[in-house]
Design a protein around this ligand. Structure first.
Ligand code: CUA
Length: 333
């Protein structure tokens, strides 16, 4: 048929897409088979036992074989749904360890993207083909949802908590990015594109992004601007933990608990410092919630993360500020 374009499914453009579709088709196939079975039997019995023939059905009572059969077969089918679905879900929920990170801030009504090298974009996400990409996402206002149908990934983007999706794009191209959670008047306009590029092309794009220092460098500049380095230092004047080599490690808290210093812990410690105070320190850190937006917090998280590899060397306080530091006191937009 000319101009026939009847697509029931979005393109499959990630490694995850085919696996999600397979589970889905399996569910549809089983449901279809059962539905056909039910309707065939209804028709058969309706005809066979119709009133004019006056046939009597034979009642079967207490058949162990029958009862085990109709319990075990559905159990196996449902367990197969569960196990297969859980494996696909689990693989989709946990990013491979060396994934490339991208930070996403959602707000009414746009997607703000920050790459690790400092390149920023709005409503567009450029990624290389054939790489594992993981997003760290947070909302500046209400709940949004990051949805890329071609990759079969979706996750709510929440105020106050980091969430993630990961994907491995398999085909260059431009794909829809939707907000899939009603978030106010312009919700339907909160759309963007994921642009999957060949690696060389992507590197060229990234280099041309006119980034003002990497995200971690921006975080370092903020760290000094806000005076964090006056307390978080390696020498004897430290009134707060030295942050070198902290990220990703277990941290002993003053109340005896142990937490892992991940993105969420670092974020909470900036915005609500007294929530989880490190053992051996006083809860004296001021709250920075009024001085930072989510992008600033993400830059600080990236900076703390960059310190993970530096367990020795200069104390945090003595490192030079990068040239492109924004003017002191200015809120980073
Ligand atoms: Cu954001 Cu809907």
């Amino acid at each position: 048929m000319p101009g026939w374009n009847f697509a029931l499914f979005p393109e499959r453009a990630s490694t995850h897409a085919g696996r999600v579709d397979a589970v889905y088709f399996f569910l549809v196939a089983i449901c279809t088979l059962v539905t056909i079975g039910v309707f065939v039997m209804i028709t058969y019995f309706a005809v066979r036992y119709r009133a004019s023939k006056n046939r009597q059905a034979v009642q079967i009572e207490g058949s162990t074989v029958l009862e085990i059969t109709w319990s075990v077969i559905p159990l196996m089918i449902f367990m197969w749904f569960f196990i297969w679905g859980a494996v696909v879900y689990w693989d989709g929920a946990r990013a491979p360890a060396d994934s490339e990170e991208v930070y996403v801030v959602a707000k009414q009504w746009m997607w703000k993207i920050q790459h690790m090298n400092g390149v920023r974009e709005i409503n567009e996400l450029h990624v290389p083909v054939g790489r594992d990409i993981v997003t760290t996402m947070v909302s500046q206002d209400v709940i949004h949802s990051f949805y890329v149908p071609a990759f079969r990934v979706k996750a709510d983007v929440l105020p106050g908590r980091y969430t993630h999706v990961w994907f491995h794009a398999t085909k260059p191209g431009t794909y829809h990015l939707f907000c899939a959670e009603y978030c106010g008047t312009m919700h339907s306009g909160m759309i963007g594109s994921v642009i999957v590029m060949e690696p060389a092309q992507y590197q060229a794009w990234l280099a041309g992004g006119a980034a003002q220092g990497s995200l971690a460098q921006n975080g370092q500049a903020l760290f000094q601007q806000l005076g964090c380095n006056t307390c978080h230092r390696a020498d004897s004047l430290a009134r707060a933990p030295n942050l070198q080599g902290v990220y990703g490690r277990p941290i002993k808290l003053a109340d005896g608990r142990t937490v892992i210093a991940d993105d969420s812990y670092v974020r909470e410690s900036i915005l609500n410092p007294t929530a989880k105070v490190v053992a051996g320190f006083q809860p004296i850190m001021p709250n920075f919630a009024s001085q930072l937006n989510e992008e600033g917090v993400l830059a600080l998280v990236a900076y703390v993360k960059s310190l993970a590899q530096q367990t020795t060397g200069e104390p945090v306080a003595n490192r030079p500020v990068p040239n492109q530091a924004p003017p002191a006191g200015k809120k980073v937009e």
